[in-house]
Write a protein that binds this ligand. Sequence first.
Ligand code: ACM
Length: 656
Amino acid sequence: MAPRHTLMPVPASLELADGHLAIDSTFRAALTGYSEPRLERAVARMVERLARQTGIYMGMAAPSANATLAIECDGPAPEVGSAVEDESYELVVTAARARLHAPTPYGALRGIETFLQLVELGDEGFQVPAVRIEDHPRFPWRGLLIDVARHWIPPEVIKRNLDGMAALKLNVLHWHLTEDQGFRIESKRFTKLHELGSDGKYFTQDEVRKIIEYARDRGIRVVPEFDVPGHTTSWFVGHRELASAPGPYEIERTWGIQDPAMDPTREEVYEFLDAFIGEMAELFPDPYFHIGGDEVNGVQWDANAGIQAFMREQGMADNHALQAYFNRRIQGILSKYGKTMVGWDEIFHPDLPGDIVIQSWRGQESLAESARQSYQGILSNGYYLDHMLSAAQHYQVDPLSGAAAELSPDEKERVLGGEACMWSEFVTWETIDSRIWPRAAAIAERLWSPPEVDDVEDMYRRLEVTSQRLELLGLTHRSSHERMLRRLTDYRPIDALKTLTDLLEPVKYYQRPQSREYTSLMPLNRLVDATRPESDVAREFSRMVDELLADRSHQRNAGAIEAWLVSWRDNHQRLLPLIRSSALLREAEPLSTNLQRLAELGLEALAAVRRGRRLPDSRREEQLEVLERGAQPQAELLIRVEPAVRRLLEAAHERH
Ligand code: ACM
């Protein structure tokens, strides 16, 4: 049986022993080997966090005193990181003391996070169980993409998410900085880029440097993405000369694939990009530089006679060849500045040199194909947080499964890891934490832990604790939910609204923009925005119903299921006055009505199942209609207990 710890990600190897190390106000941590300011700050932060975690005052630590936790680091890591760092560490805890040993500061930083996660409250006080952990990541590239362009995400939100990333041992912030909808970084070379392309919402270079420093302190690399040649409308507001059609251009306010694209045939475009990339290459120390390259629809290229003539002269068969030419030119510029190019699947082309990295949003198939062609790759397909899928669904996606499972060992080495992607069409500063956490933690575990760590139920057990710890660390994924519910009720009691929302989930994949014409200026303050991506109550209810139906006497969990169904049935009358008094809540009425009907149906089915009676066929059609209505999205939300009610009803019709 797996030991009952709450570590996330699960270490490569862990042996629990008898006994525990007490954690109290005499706690001391000391660096006993190699030291550097980054490690000193990490130790200070750790003691501070331990104090917050336990509520114990720990301000008196004398550094020279006998250390409770000795951190021994062998030596420094290279100043500018590569994609593959030694992040291994060994943590040994006995009843007397703890020792963390790591070859590099990266390992020390990872081990400190593990130590903090081991702290538990026992019957004698706070403690860390005696344990021996030897740990290292499965994949070297474990990233989180944050799109700060579709919606503006300010510096403090990035920083607290870096804290969350570090806690989960994620090590790459992929910073998606430019889009059709916004150019979110200051350029001192070309000031019209951010001045005209951002509504004034952009990161100054000072802020960028501080965020990179903040990330570095936590062992996180920062890879900037400047998406070219498409997704570039905001560049053209101030620099229409870069575009393939004359313009003029305005900041794009709608979502989707847009026509504007840079003109790959003009030398002035490369001169501009050379100067711009030179400026950014200096600002971002990481050796990797992401050029996007996705979703160029070719509309502007097809309509431009000069571009068509250029393609004929160069013997280019299609727009993909033209984009490959553009990428080769950009790759030359990046090389000059010492950067390795990263791009989305679409940049894949036999003409490109082998030292680029392909990020796959299309799947393991294209990841495997890149690896076979000697390119390194990162998986993001299956890790799109904006799809509003469950933690379990993301958890089950393995970079080396599917087509990638067939790769040779050498080819598998080229799969560097993966990235969770937080695209921001439907998130704001207020909701982004709740779309990233806690689900990104499940992806972090998939990328760090051995592949055999795959018990979904155990993952959820640890995820709940992890989620609460993240909130303590400063993330707002739990608190923002209730804060937004209070706004929706105009600060009246939210209990009834919470009863409903706890059963809901936003619609999946790209259903949301199908229900109405969204723009970037529309407020994201509705019930769907306040609702968390995954309903814990629905998962629990579903599990209880399955147990009941599997139980021979059909009594297991029956009381609890009934109590839940009764509270959902009766919730409608409690919620109606709030719905009727809030303009923002009015759209919740059909949801609440449908929940009431589903609950009534569930109670009827439950009663029949418990008594071993069969429900009459005459009612069946009408009942299926209630289910159908309950399964339909309303206000871009789904009632997630509907499938379990359906299973109850089916069972009630089968019985005799
Ligand atoms: C992408 O989703 N177009 C990278």
